[in-house]
Design a protein around this ligand. Structure first.
Ligand code: NAD
Ligand code: DAO
Ligand code: ZN
Length: 384
């Protein structure tokens, strides 16, 4: 029986309030309105941004809400005016939308589409209303990052999803909705690493591993992975790192940054490219200052805690180092993700290897716990 035009009742993991476990219960999901798409979410990855927002530290975090932003699924129905996807399409949800019409999309300079940005940050659909209601209490629930993938059904803007080849398994391609694309894109599209370059990457989680993978693809000659967790050495090397440094093994120096001095010494003056994939503001400074004078470029990917600031001496920039950031790897999701999925299907792009844990929706809180275990790269939750 068709569900088109009807409210669907399904299970979702609701974040009722900050710092409390998610609660898996029934929600009503209203049909999509004009320019919207309702998606049966099949799989979602768990990312630190979900944990961060659940902790209450995210200034944009609104409760009660349905979190989740690294998802894949199947289009169930479309609202009026939707032309690019149709029911039955396999899709990846995009927390970085792409409208192809706004000043940002048409600039050719950024992937930060602003078409739905303001309402996305407020946890509502572009028309200012919500599509989720708790079946138990009747309360409306906020959306999250324009995606809300911790629900068996979600409603998103037509700019916040992309159809991909249905042959691609969604229990892996969901990771292209955030972590994998973010790291790979930062190396390839934001930094545009040049062949024979030297690269250092702090933080060997999903994002940092994907940076290493992108750096190897771009022909970097040295890819130095840095992580305080020694278990990450094997991971880093599998994804392309040529060396591994545990900061705890670098002896402290008086009046300076030991890691900067060490890296500058072993790379004849500093690195061509560095990346922060930790969100630690001290690492961000080290990563900038370990860059080669005159041309080194440091890319911040990690998300720092709310209110934190970065600092360095301006002379670091005057003398030719560049500091930049990257969101979703600089990738325009609707335009570029289908090609990445095709490369994955042709065996030219790693995705499966990041999945270390799997859980059903009923155990999503256990999934969030795995993220603290040090052995977890990505946990994929099955919403079926
Ligand atoms: P993760 O927690 O899985 O990995 C982080 C790694 O950093 C861990 O291996 C940890 O041991 C290591 N680490 C932590 N502190 C360190 C330090 N001081 N020195 C060296 N290593 C250290 O996280 P992830 O999922 O890979 O995400 C990485 C960062 O990227 C997070 O801050 C996340 O919020 C951010 N992120 C940004 C974007 C974006 O678009 N810019 C997208 C997704 C994630
Ligand atoms: O303001 O236009 C904008 C977009 C802001 C979002 C940038 C996302 C980068 C970090 C997100 C964390 C990972 C999901
Ligand atoms: Zn746009």
């Amino acid at each position: 029986m068709s569900t088109e035009g009807k409210t669907i009742t399904c299970k979702a993991a609701i974040a009722w309030e900050a710092n409390k476990p998610l609660s898996v219960e029934d929600v009503h999901v209203a049909p999509p309105r004009e320019g919207e798409v309702r998606v049966r979410v099949t799989f979602t990855g768990l990312c630190h941004t979900d944990v961060y927002t659940l902790s209450g530290a995210d200034p944009e975090g609104a409760f009660p809400s349905i979190l989740g932003h690294e998802g894949a699924g199947v289009v169930e129905s479309i609202g009026e005016g939707v032309t690019d996807v149709r029911p039955g399409d396999n899709v990846i949800l995009l927390y970085t939308a792409e409208c192809r019409k706004c000043k940002f999309c048409t600039s050719g300079k950024t992937n930060l589409c602003q078409a739905v940005r303001a309402t996305q940050g407020q946890g509502v659909m572009p028309d200012g209303t919500k599509r989720f209601t708790s079946a138990r209490t009747g309360q409306e629930l906020f959306h999250f990052m324009g995606t809300s993938t911790f629900s068996q059904y979600t409603v998103v803007s037509q700019y916040s999803l992309v159809a991909v080849d249905p042959k691609a398994p969604m229990d892996r391609t969901c990771l292209l909705g955030c972590g994998v694309t973010t790291g790979y894109g930062a190396a390839v599209y934001t930094a545009k690493i040049e062949p024979r370059s030297t690269v250092a990457i702090w933080g060997m989680g999903c994002v940092g591993l994907a940076v290493a993978y992108g750096a190897r693809e771009r022909g970097a000659k040295r890819i130095i992975a840095i992580d305080m967790n020694p278990a990450k050495e094997a991971w880093a090397k599998e994804f392309g790192a040529t060396e591994f440094i545990n900061p705890k093994d670098v002896p402290p120096v008086e009046g300076g940054d030991a890691m900067v001095q060490h890296l500058v010494a072993i790379t004849d003056g500093g690195l061509d490219y560095t990346f922060d994939c930790t969100g630690n503001i001290h690492v961000m400074r080290t990563a900038l200052e370990a860059c080669h004078k005159g041309w080194g470029v440091s890319t911040i990917i990690g998300v720092a805690k709310s209110g934190e600031e970065i600092s360095t001496r301006p002379f670091q920039l005057v003398t030719g180092r560049k500091w930049q950031g990257s969101a979703f790897g600089g990738v325009k999701g609707r335009t570029q993700l289908p090609g990445i999925v095709n490369r994955y299907l042709q065996g030219e792009f790693k995705v499966d290897e990041y999945v270390t844990h799997r859980e059903p929706l009923s155990r999503i809180n256990e999934g969030l716990e795995h993220m603290h275990e040090g052995q977890c790269i990505r946990c994929v939750v099955d919403l079926a």
